[in-house]
Design a protein around this ligand. Structure first.
Ligand SMILES: C[S@@+](CC[C@H](N)C(=O)[O-])C[C@H]1O[C@@H](n2cnc3c(N)ncnc32)[C@H](O)[C@@H]1O
Length: 616
């Protein structure tokens, strides 16, 4: 969620300076904002005026209900029918747009839905429902749910899941401390929490991966290991709440963060995670210069906000290509099926923009030409080259340019099964005057009876997982017309696989509520993923392959070792390489004690009923 600030309607004094500023080359739609955690106040306009106008923060993370409120006490007084809920003020004190852009609601932190104490448990459930209902009434964008009190949170999750079923646009952020002990009890929290990812994982599983449920991480002064932090990059983390206690003091007495914290925060910015500053002023720097021109005191947490803004502004600008591709990040793209379907002009145009690819093809064809025809025979011998799957002709052009560059005589057959692309091919040949050199064949390469054999077979049939657009099947058919010593370009390719968790992608697929989408080998530009182990090669394909045993049924079992400090990871397990194929994982979980993941790749079958993704 990107909190956008709307013009102040009722509280005219609320005017903010600027968010965290601009990251070089960053799209304005990607601006980052910084919130501040506050105590309960029944004067919300003053609260906003102080933290937003004076403090420069973008929004407040504020309790919605008086913390002393307990439904059972109100009932005991017999006043439940006559008393209004002790909320932070009437909805009328702010315009709906202000509530939604300046306030994230904080559900009472005392609630404990798994308490043994029945009164507390009942009070907790009632209050949680009342606060969420109030937040919905105010049109808030998000509400922070308090951290579960212990490691067992079944009733809390059950209740939240029930709320999620009827929730409109409100997002719920479960507050979770960023901890993972490495066996050293010092790292664990007082509630005995050793690995907060486990807590989050159990909670969201009980809430059926609802996409309206996300995490807000409490960033502590001690950070867990890199591998364990990496798991959070595949989760829907919405906010990082940094306590003022986690800041160090620089030489000039100002707050700053450790190098590891800086790296973590930069990673969060890169994943659109909002930062919230929490706590009291612990770097006591109030000086004369801390008052502004009108003599108003500077906000006590301003130096923390300035430091967060500094971290954002010093980030490297995004490379041009990355910026162009921003819209594709973590976006499920339906895979192409060029053998079954006829590609559209727009798709060919996208291929043809990849100039590097055609330069490499031209180089490869030039080398093959020189390899087959020595200089002294260059004027006598004509090389027969077949472009199989010629599309609109870029590989025909690259091949002719290679012939010109090497001064070799070339005869080209351009084989294409898409009749629409064949129209373009005919126009191209006519326009370029290639009629003497190029013959167009409108046919499926697997069934063409070629009039002669080829020296060189050029194709570009690769899917992003190598064979998933059926390159081996097509080339096995086409190699009938390649001379026994002929050359295939490409001559080989390998697919790779890597286990990752990717909560957003999992939810996007799950939203379709059918198996077909879990079985679809989507193409994805991965961004919010946790890479659990290094990638490994899966299948290598070599062409030509004249072996009589050639067969395109493949099966492979791989073992991935997860770093021992990573903790467990599963459930939104995904696998991806350049794009994805579906794979099944043998064994139902990756537990901490068994730091391995066995993967059996079988593109057509999912043996254990779970779908996973594969990618790089
Ligand atoms: C990925 S496109 C590449 C097109 C072109 N070579 C380029 O680089 O722009 C693959 C092309 O192969 C064609 N194709 C796929 N299978 C084929 C087959 N069995 N026989 C003939 N053409 C095929 C498709 O129609 C498509 O035009």
């Amino acid at each position: 969620m990107c909190l956008r600030l709307l013009p102040s309607l009722l509280v005219s004094s609320i005017e903010r300076e600027m968010p965290l500023g601009e990251r070089g080359g960053w799209e304005s739609s990607e601006s980052m904002y910084c919130g501040v955690e506050t105590d309960f106040s029944d004067d919300v306009p003053s609260l906003l005026s102080f933290h937003i106008s004076t403090g420069g923060f973008d929004y407040v993370l504020a309790p919605l209900m008086n913390p002393s409120y307990r439904p059972s006490l109100v009932e005991a007084n017999g006043s439940s029918d006559t008393q209004a809920l002790p909320v932070s003020g009437s909805d009328l004190v702010l315009a709906p747009s202000q509530w939604s852009s300046h306030v994230v609601g904080k559900v009472s932190s005392w609630i404990d839905l798994d308490s043994e104490d029945e009164v507390l448990r009942m009070d907790s459930e009632t209050t949680l429902k009342q606060e969420i209902a109030w937040a919905t009434h105010l049109s808030l964008q998000a509400c922070l749910l308090p951290t579960p009190k212990g490691t067992s949170c079944a009733n809390y999750a059950r209740c939240v899941n029930q709320i999620l079923q009827g929730l409109g646009n409100l997002q719920l952020w479960l507050r979770v401390p960023l901890v993972k002990s490495d066996g050293d009890s010092m790292d664990a929290t007082s509630e005995g929490l050793n690995d907060s990812w486990e807590l989050w994982n159990s909670f969201r599983l009980l809430c059926e991966h609802d996409s309206k449920l996300s995490v807000a991480l409490d960033v502590m002064s001690n950070l867990p290991s890199e591998s364990s932090l990496g798991r959070w990059m595949g989760e829907s983390v919405r906010a990082a709440i940094i306590s003022t206690d986690s800041f160090l003091t620089n030489a000039r007495g100002y707050p700053c963060l450790s190098k590891r914290h800086q790296k973590l925060i930069a990673g969060f910015f890169d994943h659109a995670v909002q930062v919230v500053v929490s706590g009291k002023l612990v770097h006591n720097l109030q000086r004369a210069s801390d008052s502004n021109a009108e003599g108003t005191q500077r906000h006590p947490l301003r130096s923390y906000l300035d430091y967060v803004a500094y971290l954002f502004q010093k980030m490297e600008p995004l490379p041009e290509q990355e910026r162009i591709e921003l819209g594709y990040r973590d976006f499920l793209q339906a895979p192409l099926q060029p053998l079954m379907d006829n590609l559209e002009a727009q798709t060919y145009e996208t291929f043809e923009r990849d100039s590097i690819k055609y330069i490499q093809y031209q180089r490869a064809v030039a080398k093959a030409l020189v390899d087959r025809v020595p200089d002294e025979k260059a004027s006598e011998l004509t090389t027969v080259l077949m472009v199989v799957g010629a599309g609109r002709g870029p590989l025909v052009r690259a091949s002719l340019q290679a012939a010109e560059e090497t001064d070799r005589k070339l005869k080209v057959y351009a084989v294409e099964k898409n009749p629409n692309a064949v129209v373009t091919l005919h126009n191209l040949v006519k326009m370029e005057g290639w009629e003497d050199m190029v013959t167009i064949i409108s046919c499926d390469m697997r069934f063409w009876t070629a009039p002669e054999k080829a020296d060189i077979l050029v194709s570009e049939l690769l899917g992003s997982f190598g064979d998933n657009e059926l390159s081996p099947e097509c080339l096995d058919g086409a190699q009938r017309f390649l001379k026994p010593d002929g050359i295939s370009i490409p001559s080989s390719y390998t697919s790779f696989i890597q286990p990752v968790t990717a909560s957003k992608l999992y939810n996007d697929v799950k939203a379709h509520k059918d198996l077909a989408h879990f079985e679809t080998p989507y193409v994805v530009k991965l961004h919010s993923v946790a890479r659990l182990a290094p990638s490994q090669p899966v299948f290598t394909f070599a062409h030509p392959n004249f072996s009589t045993k050639a067969n395109n049924q493949r099966y492979k079992k791989l073992r991935f070792n997860l770093p021992s400090d990573a903790g467990s990871a599963l459930d939104s397990l995904a696998i991806l390489i350049p794009s994805c194929i579906k794979m099944s994982i043998l064994g139902s979980s990756l537990q901490q004690k068994h730091q391995t993941c066995s993967a059996a790749l079988s593109p057509m079958h999912n043996t254990n009923g779970r779908s996973y993704w594969v990618g790089l």
